[in-house]
Design a protein around this ligand. Structure first.
Ligand code: HEM
Length: 404
């Protein structure tokens, strides 16, 4: 166990973590990494089983006596406040109650009603691309970023004039989720959280005086009718969660996924010849270069798994990105195959916290990819050595320069 080599901050790992995952799956599928004081889990069957195991939870404070709970760090007060009550930071029965309130906005039926708007947005963005002199662009800035932020802001009811703040706030906040974060990243997350929360509270007041057909108005109504069903803190925390979760990963799948497609011309050709393969291509994009590489779970009670004893409070990092390349489940897992079937990837997670936005993400991604392919028959890569941000949880490109 002591000899497991794992250096998550090395440039080689950050550029391409998949060979390391392959070695870990073979050598040490579950091991304790002292650098993070956490357990690393890399095989599909373990990640799958542990995500369904109720002895684990996203948080543990509800299982600790008040006197055993760590005190709030005043330097992180605003960040911790926006976490409290967010779906990702609560467990049943609170999780069941809050998820039931917001679930309706994300059902496949409701999401289908957004199809026309998403199509319009993609068409408008493609038209703007066509007008760019020199016909060369960073696809992430010019196409991937504006799409999901607009969709989620529409769904929530954030006025157009206020939207420019959303991306910087969200980028600031997610820095706090990186195990290798710096003090500066923490400071940025804290101030982004304070500004974002103040903004949402002000927006809630506006929705009270001028209600609209949007998710914030609906949440405010539920809260005003019965604060026990949804507290004000829960409205704020979940608006921020939806705005962050609702766009970061979609941007990153468009970036990582289009890169994979452009680097595999045969697959690109198959998709161009048969656009009905678009949904399956999108699933493969999420599997092949998973945008959220891992999520953590706390051990809620002392337990044994795979012959290892885990203390209450231990933390496991479940590597979805590694599970998605596990040869026990995926034939030739390092091959990018847009017709892969079956493709039971876990890029959206599993179990209680399964991504509520999966139907919306799928609709955005298939519309984005099919628009790009149909509008740009000559689309090709300009970036020769694509660079990723040096992050462990969020895997995304610094830029994706393409010509068309
Ligand atoms: C391709 C895009 C997306 C990916 C890869 C993704 C991935 C994930 C994953 C892996 C989780 C589970 C986290 C865990 O296991 O701890 C999750 C949860 C969540 N996602 Fe997504 N997501 C995407 C898009 C979206 C969108 C568009 C929304 C829209 C609001 C969204 C909202 C959420 C929320 C609210 C949760 C928490 C659910 C809960 O705890 O009950 N996601 N997502």
């Amino acid at each position: 166990m002591d000899e497991v080599v794992f250096d998550p901050s090395s440039a080689v790992f950050l550029a391409n973590p998949y060979p390391t995952y392959a070695r870990l799956r073979r050598q040490a599928p579950i091991f304790y990494y002292p650098g993070w004081d956490k357990w690393i889990v890399t095989r599909y069957h373990d990640v799958d089983a542990l995500l369904r195991d109720r002895r684990l939870g996203r948080v543990i404070h509800h299982r600790l006596r008040p006197e055993d709970r760590p005190p709030t760090d005043p330097a992180h007060a605003a960040f911790e406040a926006i976490q409290k009550g967010s779906l990702l930071e609560i467990e049943p029965p609170d999780h069941t109650r809050v998820r039931a309130v917001v679930h309706q906005a994300f059902t496949p039926r409701h999401v289908r009603m957004l199809a026309v708007r998403i199509e319009e947005l993609c068409t408008r963005l493609a038209t703007r691309l066509e007008q760019i002199a020199g016909r060369e662009v960073d696809l992430i800035k010019a196409f991937a970023e504006p799409l999901p932020v607009t969709v989620i802001a529409d769904l929530l009811g954030v006025p157009e004039d206020d939207r420019s703040n959303l991306l910087p706030w969200s980028k600031g906040i997610i820095g706090m989720f990186e195990p290798e974060r710096t003090l500066e990243m923490e400071r940025r997350a804290e101030s982004a959280a304070a500004e974002f929360a103040a903004y949402i509270r002000q927006l809630m007041c506006e929705k009270r005086s001028r209600p609209q057909d949007d998710l914030i108005t609906r949440m405010v109504r539920v809260h005003d009718a019965d604060p026990e069903r949804l507290s004000e803190g829960e409205v704020v925390a979940n608006c921020i969660l939806f705005l962050n979760a609702g766009h970061e990963a979609v941007v990153n799948v468009i970036g990582n996924g289009m890169l994979a497609l452009l680097q595999h011309p045969q697959e690109m050709l198959r998709l161009r010849k048969d656009p009905s393969l678009c949904s399956s291509a999108v699933e493969e994009m999420m599997r092949f270069d998973t945008p959220l590489q891992f999520f953590e779970r706390y051990v809620l009670e002392e337990m044994e798994y795979a012959g290892i004893k885990f203390e209450k409070g231990a933390v496991m990092c479940l590597f979805y990105a590694s599970a998605n390349r596990d040869p026990d489940v995926f034939t030739e897992p390092d091959r990018f195959d847009i017709t892969r079937d079956p493709n039971p990837h876990i890029a959206f997670g599993l179990g209680l916290h399964y991504c509520i936005g999966a139907p919306l993400a799928r609709l955005e991604l298939t519309t984005a990819v099919s628009t790009l392919l149909s509008r740009f028959p000559e689309l090709r890569l300009v970036t020769t050595r694509p660079e990723y941000h040096p992050k462990n949880v969020f895997r995304y490109l610094k830029e994706l320069r393409v010509a068309f």
